[in-house]
Design a protein around this ligand. Structure first.
Ligand code: ZN
Length: 283
């Protein structure tokens, strides 16, 4: 959990944001959560009950942890609102892509990505959206939640031979163990063509730091330079197409915490600098 505070500090120290520019979200409301999650499941979380719905979590079930996930959903929703105003919004957190409508999964209780999309759709702020998930792991929860929704395009690029049991995204790019910068980014660039073809009014980017070569959970071999290239493919593409973009951090378990922080910080910086016109996306 330490990485979140470290990324926040790094963004202030680099001058990308001032302390007073950082917004604090409200926790997602019950009505917002119900756009994605079932009443029975939310009730289990409220009462901290181990049931078949919550028992797939790899985390303890405490009030504090549940509140953190509800807050993250509020954070991604707020970042999405800001993105519509400013071109980009960053949640220094979020990206909890394994959570299903009625079931926890992995380290995820609440799917903040799906909550944000559904809230903005409910308010008529967007109709078409896309989730670009470049975490080491497949965005199984997100894929399932939007499986029958033609308005929301889901792309997941991930290590194939790894947790979780795969669901069907609109586009899945499963990489072999050991895949590196060139393989990852070539296939991502190809896949992004379908995202732009979908003409989304909002892109949510799950920018997990765990495809990194020194991550403890995976066998992808992306370098710092390769991850920066990944981020630029997604974020400069959004910028070029005039699509508001939302960054969420997702996973990241590098042996050295400093690597994870560096990867996440750079992702946020690229989004912020593009939106503020401090860097230009190449044509
Ligand atoms: Zn992950």
């Amino acid at each position: 959990m330490e990485k979140f505070e470290r990324v926040r500090r790094a963004l202030i120290e680099s001058g990308d944001v001032r302390e007073d520019q950082i917004l604090s979200p409200d926790p997602a409301s019950r009505a917002d959560l119900l756009l994605v999650h079932t009443l029975e499941y939310l009730d289990d979380l409220d009462h901290l009950r181990w049931t078949p719905r919550t028992a797939c979590s790899e985390l303890p079930l405490t009030a504090e942890i549940v509140q953190a996930y509800v807050l993250a959903a509020g954070g991604t929703t707020l970042a999405a609102r800001e993105a519509l105003q400013r071109g980009a919004g960053v949640n220094i957190g979020g990206g909890f892509h394994h959570a299903f409508a009625d079931m926890a999964s992995g380290l995820c209780y609440i799917n903040d990505l799906a909550v944000a999309v559904r809230v903005l759709q409910r308010e008529g702020l967007v109709k078409r959206a896309a989730v670009v998930d470049a975490d080491l792991h497949q965005g199984n929860g997100t894929a399932r939640l939007f499986q029958d929704d033609p308005d929301v395009f889901t792309l997941s690029i991930h290590q194939e031979n790894l947790y979780p049991v795969k669901q069907r995204s609109d586009l899945d790019i499963g990489l072999d163990n050991g895949a590196g910068d060139e393989d990852f980014n070539r296939r991502l660039a190809d896949g992004l063509g379908l995202v732009w073809d979908h003409r989304p009014e909002l892109v949510l980017y799950q920018a997990g730091a765990d495809p990194f070569e020194d991550d403890q959970l995976g066998s992808l071999k992306l370098t710092h330079a390769g991850l920066e290239c990944r981020d630029r493919l997604v974020l400069e593409g959004c910028h070029r197409h005039g699509i508001p973009m939302v960054v969420t951090l997702g996973g990241g378990y590098a042996r050295r915490l400093g690597d994870t922080v560096r990867i996440h910080t750079r992702t946020c910086q690229i989004a912020i600098r593009l939106a503020e016109g401090r860097i230009e996306a190449p044509a």
